[in-house]
Design a binder for this molecule. Structure first.
Ligand SMILES: *[C@@H]1O[C@H](CO)[C@@H](O)[C@H](O)[C@H]1NC(C)=O
Ligand SMILES: *[C@@H]1O[C@H](CO)[C@@H](O)[C@H](O)[C@H]1NC(C)=O
Ligand SMILES: *[C@@H]1O[C@H](CO)[C@@H](O)[C@H](O)[C@H]1NC(C)=O
Ligand SMILES: *[C@@H]1O[C@H](CO)[C@@H](O)[C@H](O)[C@H]1NC(C)=O
Ligand SMILES: CC(=O)N[C@H]1CO[C@H](CO)[C@@H](O)[C@@H]1O
Length: 470
């Protein structure tokens, strides 16, 4: 492996596909466009095909500038099964520090000009970077609004007693509209849980970074970015480098063939992301609502949650026959109008397809960015707390989404689903959202990581320092 510029970037993703994907895309830009050599550190025991396929994106830039290194897996067997994901990820990082120290020591002897990029659960690695006098950066895979919230969390923690979820309204600088405390990300919902302590621990260490990369762009979140800029005295420089999304490989799937046969802009794509599913009752309502709307749909379906909680964190597969949890006769009645696919669809290709005209989504940040890149307006159906906050922004601030009303019992009724689907695909509201989304798409194309764009310039600015550190 030969360093082209002398500068070398060690990238430390936290375990989990959601964390891996944007860092892979980021690494690809660093290697391909900016000619840095990269070491990608693997902290997981995951050897799944899905993970290898994501990592294979780094192979096209040539293995001469990208290498992969596995750290020995951290032992988490002492954790109770109730330990939350934030706790697990943070502890995996924490318990990997000594092997990371050895690895970075090795790397710096080969590449004296090494920079560490860790993500939001990897700030403990900053200590190791300091010991070795390496510049250290944080990669924040979500948006700038959320980043400005996290940067205010340590202050919030001392100011607020009791639970944030009990606050009817939280008004934070950098977030243009106030939001209910119960819409905060899930680790902030229970301050007595270890997951909160870990999240806060990480947030308190963000200011130590030499800079923070965030997966957004100027035109999308100018207000939050401005707020972060104004806080330069207490917070590191923030570099918007998005939208970072991963294009899926050519995949000749049935649903793309089906889309080929549908009129332009006529299909609503329904998908709750790789970790999302609904209750049995909600499935019935969604099915009836889609059917009554009379709109064409492509629905990625997963086995309903049988236990409590709106959604599971890890990938939920579709097990068994979808007929078992769809209303009787649904598939027959909607034949030709709708298509149901189990578990998975090539989302980026579906969103880029001319037949797709709307997206009913859980509002994961990556799905939001992918939709923006294709100018597809949304129905915001958030499953977890963080996505609820995304929904607020998408619905109230940038106005590219409709949000269905949720009943007291947490269910969205079929009539409401019918209303929002029709509204998005046929109504005046849908037209306005579509026009706004197309403007945003054009802004994304102009500002994104293409040469001359603002995100490109921002990455150049950040990395200039790395080169001049030599
Ligand atoms: C990451 O390392 C583990 C061993 O700890 C290995 O089983 C896994 O295959 C590695 N993943 C990749 C994608 O290399
Ligand atoms: C498309 O991708 C999915 C998920 O990776 C895979 O299961 C399927 O076999 C692929 N289909 C083709 C035709 O490559
Ligand atoms: C970014 O995420 C945060 C928290 O999840 C939320 O407050 C904000 O609305 C989101 N921004 C966008 C553009 O969705
Ligand atoms: C890059 O840095 C220069 C000098 O500080 C600044 O004028 C410019 O706006 C920056 N570019 C971006 C895209 O942030
Ligand atoms: C870039 C990226 O993260 N893409 C993923 C976004 O989420 C969807 C669904 O969860 C995946 O299919 C994409 O691969």
């Amino acid at each position: 492996m030969e360093a082209k510029t002398g500068a070398h970037v060690a990238i430390l993703p936290s375990p989990g596909m959601g964390h891996l994907i944007p860092l892979v895309v980021f690494a690809k830009h660093l290697a391909a466009t900016h000619s840095f050599s990269i070491t990608f550190i693997n902290l997981t025991t995951d050897s799944s095909a899905a993970q290898s396929s994501v990592l294979s994106n780094l192979n096209d830039v040539g293995l001469s500038s990208v290498q992969f290194v596995d750290l020995p897996p951290a032992d988490l067997s002492d954790l109770p099964s109730s330990a939350k994901i934030e706790t697990r990820i943070s502890l995996t990082m924490f318990r990997s520090l000594s092997s990371l120290r050895a690895l970075l020591g090795d790397l710096t002897s080969k590449f004296p000009n090494t920079v560490l990029v860790a993500d939001i659960f990897g700030t403990d690695a900053f200590d190791v970077a300091d010991e070795l006098s390496l510049p250290k950066y944080l990669f924040f895979p979500s948006n700038a609004t959320f980043l400005s919230l996290v940067c205010q969390l340590p202050a919030l923690d001392t100011k607020v007693s009791g639970e944030y979820r009990d606050l009817r309204e939280l008004r934070l600088p950098g977030c243009s509209s106030p939001f209910p405390g119960k819409d905060l990300v899930s680790p902030l919902q229970d301050r007595k849980d270890a997951a909160y302590a870990w999240f806060l621990h990480q947030a308190k260490r963000y200011p130590r970074a030499d800079g923070i990369f965030v997966n957004t762009f100027e035109a999308l979140e100018s207000q939050a970015l401005q707020f972060l800029k104004e806080n330069r005295a207490s917070f590191p420089e923030v570099f918007p480098v998005g939208p970072l999304t991963l294009e899926q490989p050519e995949n000749d799937s049935d649903c793309l063939r089906w889309l080929d046969e549908q009129p332009p802009g006529s299909v609503v794509f329904v998908s709750f992301g790789s970790g999302g599913t609904l209750s049995y009752e909600q499935y019935q309502n969604l099915a009836h609502g889609l059917e009554k709307s009379g709109q064409r749909f492509l629905w990625v379906i997963r086995t309903p949650e049988l236990t409590e909680g709106p959604a599971a964190f890890f990938t939920v597969e579709s097990k068994g026959d979808p007929k078992a949890y769809l209303p009787e006769g649904f598939l027959e009645r909607t034949k030709g109008v709708g298509m149901v696919v189990p578990s998975w669809a090539p989302q980026t290709r579906v969103l880029a397809h001319a037949a797709t005209g709307g997206f009913l989504t859980h509002c994961g940040w990556n799905s939001t960015l992918e939709s923006i890149q294709n100018g597809i307006p949304l129905i915001a159906w958030p499953l977890y707390a963080e996505q609820k906050m995304n929904a607020i922004l998408l619905v109230d601030e940038i106005k590219v989404a409709i949000r269905p009303k949720i009943q007291e019992d947490g269910i969205i009724k079929e009539e409401e689903i019918e209303r929002v689907v029709r509204g998005l695909m046929e109504g005046e509201e849908g037209k306005a959202l579509r026009a706004k989304m197309r403007d945003l798409r054009d802004a994304a194309a102009a500002t994104a990581l293409a040469e001359g764009g603002s995100s490109y310039g921002s990455l150049v600015n950040a990395t200039q320092k790395w080169r001049s550190n030599v």
